[in-house]
Design a binder for this molecule. Structure first.
Ligand SMILES: [Zn+2]
Length: 89
């Protein structure tokens, strides 16, 4: 996602669970990378049903009252977990 989209809001929904969440594009970029909203849709997975095929993603602008009522899902942290893998010689 590009800088000019930073003022926009990303709406990501699961059509199966009927759950919609709002994200700040700059935070999605941190997690998914600098990709288009179409690529975001292909990469995200529903956190409830775990499926990809029902997802939709779009960017939009919100103003005034709508902007006030939107609750964002914010990026809290990115955790890099250490995994140990053994092999036998
Ligand atoms: Zn779902």
């Amino acid at each position: 996602m590009h800088a000019h989209e930073a003022g926009q809001i990303a709406r990501i929904s699961c059509g199966h669970c009927h759950i919609t969440r709002h994200y700040k594009p700059i935070e999605l970029r941190e997690v998914i990378g600098n990709v288009s909203i179409e690529q975001v849709r292909e990469k995200v997975r529903c956190q409830v049903c775990g499926k990809r095929e029902w997802m939709s993603a779009e960017l939009f602008h919100a103003y005034g009252q709508e902007l006030v009522t939107i609750r964002f899902r914010r990026l809290k942290e990115i955790r890099w977990e250490r995994r140990v893998i053994w092999r036998d010689e």
